[in-house]
Design a protein. Structure first.
Lengths: 216, 383
């Protein structure tokens, strides 16, 4: 599962409205009929959606055994494995898209993971929570404690999110690595903020960013 | 005995990996369910070292139920209402297919050690002839555990166009040094029994029951796990209050193993045990097909294998540990193959693939359903 709140999954299941909103944004970026690897595919919601709605050759890799069981038991091609050790075997350009949703911040070596993703995928789609979101900034400023929000609901000592970044941080890293941001969507609870990753407003008002990446 | 038997290699003998030729030879097999009109719903089950083709039938020697009734049957994950299921006794075996205990037409006597050494590749070659004999161009799925899993891998590598999906369970792409070592212990136990008579026991009128039983006892330990043995037997004594200060079976676990050994010799041929364990020892897909690199074995004409894979391993299996399955997964990833891989949590060891493991069964069912959808097999594609 993504290291974000499980409540979202529960809400999704309860409402029966299909996939999580951030997954929907990702799905929009995927061309029909393409080859996709979803890294940290959880219970396979995005994979199932892509394969049924978009005729995508959808594969997944998931750390938790429960997630893998759920995926394979519904006929999805998913392997039990770790993004940080099990991605490197794939040949360059093996997929049209390699997707990492809300998980980069939980990686031990996010930079290496990004590098691998943009090697084995012609494109990568990465969504990251924005630690520069104004609510987070205000919490830290006013309370002097590590922010805990609805979406990032963990206390500092229990969080799997060990490498938080802001949208600006992400953009800087991508530039450093020679990764082009072909498209981006900055969103918050109220909807889409902007499509410009570089804007200061995006870094303040965006709760998360979804990036379509390609190595130059 | 229930089941069918066919003579193969009549027009020309089958060339074995050793260079020897075998033919004509018999293959005993069993089928369940019905083949559909376009012959696209056949599933081949590959049995393990001491298994046979009685997947669902009562065993003709032991009277026990079929060995994979948990997984195979009407409404089961391998659904015989939907699929045409085939299972054949491996060549070199002793349940009807040509093996060392059968009569060599050249001499009129049992083959004994005159039977050529066979490999996993040879077993699969014979299965391919059988499948062709049944008029099937492409199997929907090949599935098997342990040595059966080796055959599944062999099928996928040797005949990728003849396999739509492959399910290798609790297996490895090569037999490890430790596993070869265990097999050698078994073989030495058999050959150390004077009744083995240099392999000619059938002519001599003896049976190396003691040696074969010891071989089975040693092997049986490797199929279980320490926690499972402990849970089942602990240090409990067998029908006694205290130890006897002798070498009788004081402990329940000893009694259990002796029973396993004694019942095994009733149904299995000692020379077959030698031949089949040898076949497993020789198995090394990377060496035989990949120039030493396993991923190359799954590549043909510069392209990755078209076969869809589902691998399963069991967390407490130390004979074919998860690392072996993971090595196969990594090799398949390297050619961007379509692969699913699940490690099942259980403390029942290697034998788990034969037991009631609901998670495992759900995975197999889901994978086959998904494949059936991709293959265009509809629910009512029955003839």
């Amino acid at each position: 599962m993504s290291p974000l709140d499980d409540k979202q999954a529960a809400a999704r299941a309860a409402s029966g409205t299909g996939i999580r909103s951030d997954l929907k944004l990702i799905a929009e970026m995927v061309e029909p009929g393409s080859r996709v690897l979803d890294v940290g595919c959880g219970d396979g919601a995005l994979l199932a959606f892509l394969s049924r709605q978009k005729g995508v050759d959808a594969r997944g890799i998931e750390l938790s055994m429960d997630g893998v069981h759920q995926c394979v038991a519904q006929g999805l091609s998913v392997i039990q494995g770790d993004a940080e050790t099990d991605l490197k075997d794939y040949p360059p350009g093996a997929f049209d898209y390699v997707i990492l949703s809300q998980t980069l911040q939980a990686m031990r070596e996010p930079r290496t993971v990004l590098e691998t993703m943009t090697r084995i995928g012609r494109r990568a789609i990465v969504s990251v929570p924005n630690f520069g979101y104004w609510r987070i900034r205000v919490q830290l400023l006013l309370t002097g404690r590590m922010p805990v929000t609805e979406k990032l609901g963990y206390q500092w000592w229990e969080t799997p999110n060990i490498h938080f970044c802001t949208i600006r941080d992400f953009v800087v890293l991508a530039e450093e690595m020679g990764i082009r941001i072909e498209r981006c969507m900055i969103v918050n609870g109220a909807g889409r903020v902007t499509g410009h990753a570089h804007s200061g407003l995006a870094n303040l008002l965006g709760e998360q960013g979804v990036f379509l990446l390609r190595r130059d | 005995m229930p089941g069918h038997r066919v003579t193969l290699g009549v027009e020309r003998p089958m060339r074995l990996d050793s260079g020897a030729e075998l033919g004509p030879f018999e293959v005993a097999y069993q089928t369940y369910g019905a083949l559909n009109a376009d012959r696209s719903n056949a599933i081949l089950i590959c049995h393990a070292l001491t298994g046979d083709h009685y997947v669902l039938d009562q065993h003709p020697v032991t009277g026990k139920p079929g060995w994979w009734e948990m997984l195979v049957g009407p409404g089961k994950p391998v659904d015989t209402d939907r699929y045409f299921v085939i299972c054949s006794n491996v060549i070199g075996g002793c349940m009807g297919s040509t093996g060392p205990k059968e009569t060599d037409p050249a001499t009129g006597k049992p083959y004994g050690l005159g039977f050529p050494v066979i490999t996993i590749g040879d077993m699969v070659r014979a299965q391919k002839l059988l499948v062709e004999h049944l008029g099937i161009d492409q199997l929907f799925c090949v599935i098997g555990g342990s040595m059966g899993g080796m055959q599944v891998l062999q099928w996928a590598v040797a005949y990728p166009e003849s396999v739509f999906a492959a399910v290798p369970i609790a297996t490895a792409a090569r037999h490890s040094a430790q596993n070869i070592a265990f097999h050698e212990v078994g073989r030495q136990a058999i050959m150390a029994d004077p009744d083995w008579a240099g392999g000619n026991y059938l002519l001599e009128g003896t049976r190396p029951h003691r040696g074969l039983a010891v071989a089975r006892m040693a092997a049986h330990i490797t199929y279980l796990s320490e926690p499972a043995l402990h849970r089942k037997f602990g240090r409990n004594l067998q029908n006694r209050q205290t130890v006897t200060y002798g070498f009788d079976a004081d402990f329940q676990v000893e009694s259990y193993l002796r029973h396993q050994g004694i019942t095994f010799v009733e149904r299995f041929d000692a020379n077959s045990y030698l031949y089949i364990t040898r076949a497993m020892d020789y198995f090394d897909l990377a060496a035989d097909y990949g120039g030493g690199t396993l991923s190359n074995a799954f590549r043909k004409d510069g392209k990755g294998t078209p076969v869809r894979f589902c691998l399963a391993s069991f967390s407490s299996d130390w004979l074919f540990p998860t690392s072996e399955s993971r090595a196969i997964v990594h090799a398949l990833n390297a050619v961007a193959a379509n692969v699913s891989f699940v490690e099942i949590r259980t403390d029942k060891g290697h034998d788990s693939f034969l037991l009631d493991e609901p998670e495992f069964h759900q995975v197999i069912r889901g994978f086959l359903d998904g494949c059936a959808e991709h293959r265009g097999l509809t629910r009512d594609s029955r003839p």
